[in-house]
Design a binder for this molecule. Structure first.
Ligand SMILES: CC(C)(COP(=O)(O)OP(=O)(O)OC[C@H]1O[C@@H](n2cnc3c(N)ncnc32)[C@H](O)[C@@H]1OP(=O)(O)O)[C@@H](O)C(=O)NCCC(=O)NCCS
Length: 169
């Protein structure tokens, strides 16, 4: 059994996070962009996931902006060799728990229409597709707009702890 920890992102994590961005996204955010998010964006919260025994090695991360009572998920990613091990689900649940504990009632995101894995993850978590932004992404790919309402989730009554441990086999 491997234990995982989810904690707030720090400046020290940024080089690894930016490296994962390059591996998984066609238009990755830069280190500068993440530094600006951590230092200058009071609306932003970023979490990273590590193995408990290797707290400095980033396996995944996600971020959200709090805009009134809405949380806008900016990015979520798991490093390629760790994908498919439920880590994306853990990160998404951690963001939801944080959002509900910080007076948000809805979460929203955009996802490439062809990103079946991510769309499956979001639907499984309770997100529903509410619209399309045609040609929103590079390559002229459409974006699906998805929303999750707090009252629709079993997690809505949970208390939130940004510093938390989760376990997976
Ligand atoms: C999308 C991403 C974060 C999902 O994280 P993950 O750790 O790979 O996914 P999980 O193992 O937690 O799986 C969660 C759900 O996603 C879906 N899923 C996972 N792998 C899948 C695959 N190969 N095919 C289809 N659906 C899949 C399933 O619904 C799964 O739930 P289940 O295991 O109960 O069936 C990850 O694959 C990733 O980083 N992708 C590249 C970056 C990206 O596209 N981010 C999303 C931007 S909007």
């Amino acid at each position: 059994m491997v234990s995982y920890e989810i904690r707030s992102m720090t400046e020290q994590d940024i080089p690894q996070v930016a490296q994962i961005e390059k591996l998984v996204f066609p238009t990755p955010w830069s280190e500068v962009a993440f530094r600006s998010e951590l230092n200058d964006n009071a609306l932003a919260m970023y979490l990273v996931l590590t193995e408990e025994t290797a707290p400095d090695t980033i396996l995944g991360y996600c971020g959200v902006w709090k805009i009134f009572d809405e949380g806008h998920i900016t990015n979520i990613a798991v490093t390629p060799e760790y994908q498919g091990k439920q880590l994306g689900k853990m990160l998404l649940h951690a963001i939801m728990t944080w959002a509900w504990a910080n007076e948000m009632n809805h979460l929203t995101l955009e996802v490439r229409a062809g990103n079946t894995v991510a769309i499956n993850l979001y639907k499984k978590t309770g997100f529903v597709e509410t619209g399309i932004r045609p040609g929103y992404y590079s390559g002229n790919e459409d974006a699906l707009i998805m929303w999750l309402r707090r009252e629709k989730t079993a997690l809505s009554e949970q208390s939130a702890h940004v510093e938390q441990s989760e376990q997976a086999t």
